[in-house]
Design a protein around this ligand. Structure first.
Ligand SMILES: Cc1cc2nc3c(=O)[nH]c(=O)nc-3n(C[C@H](O)[C@H](O)[C@H](O)COP(=O)(O)O)c2cc1C
Length: 190
């Protein structure tokens, strides 16, 4: 059975570089794996979790569908730009609305956390305006809230992280190289 991969595209725009990266990855991955996707630019939901966990907030149909896809996936690739050293608000909001207690984790008696998404893996691909060397050296530290604090808390192990840096001035030739690379990463199920 082919590995089941879910691609989450975390940029709010329908015309972003992240979207193009996701499209190329999906094209490559489709050759060797079962692939589903969630493009946050295309789904309808309120990214604000209003009452935290004290009141139940009704899930929009697109979020119910997102939970089904997350349950289905063995591997999750998340692609997003770095905005103010973090994921864009829409991706943070998506996580807050979807990775709920009872779905992603459960507190047991004594305060132990039951990681309900155990066994799944993830990879992160992020675009940055900042310098390549900086992200090579420090990006993985900056990403701990996503890799350990969020995904790890729910049992999803982040296997790989790739920063595509200095994208403000990507010229035609470099863009093509990056897109070819994304297709190859898809073929390998990065
Ligand atoms: C609101 C905002 C905040 C940003 N903050 C950062 C940042 O903290 N570090 C960084 O390297 N680049 C930052 N950038 C640059 C983006 O990472 C870069 O524009 C993006 O990766 C390009 O992808 P896109 O064309 O798909 O938006 C920021 C851009 C925006 C719009």
């Amino acid at each position: 059975m082919a590995k089941k991969i879910l691609v989450i595209m975390g940029h709010p725009s329908k015309n972003s570089f992240s979207r193009a990266l996701a499209d190329y990855y999906i094209e490559g991955a489709g050759k060797n794996f079962e692939v589903k996707s969630i493009f946050l630019s295309d789904i309808k939901f309120n990214p604000i979790l209003i009452d935290g966990y004290s009141e139940k907030q009704k899930l929009e149909p697109d979020l119910i569908d997102a939970q089904e896809k997350i349950k289905w996936a063995e591997h999750i690739l998340i692609i997003y730009p770095i905005w103010w050293t973090a994921p864009p608000a829409i991706l943070k909001g998506f996580i807050e609305r979807v990775f709920l207690p009872g779905f992603a984790f459960r507190y047991e008696k004594g305060g132990k956390v039951n990681k309900l998404l155990n066994g799944k893996t993830a990879s992160l691909i992020m675009t940055t305006g900042g310098r390549r060397l900086w992200y090579f050296l420090f990006g993985w530290i900056m990403n701990k809230p996503m890799s350990i604090g969020t995904l790890g808390f729910c049992g999803i192990k982040t296997k790989k992280q790739l920063f595509i840096s200095e994208v403000r001035k990507v010229e035609y030739e470099r863009a093509n190289r990056i897109f070819r690379n994304l297709r190859r990463l898809g073929e390998k199920g990065f």
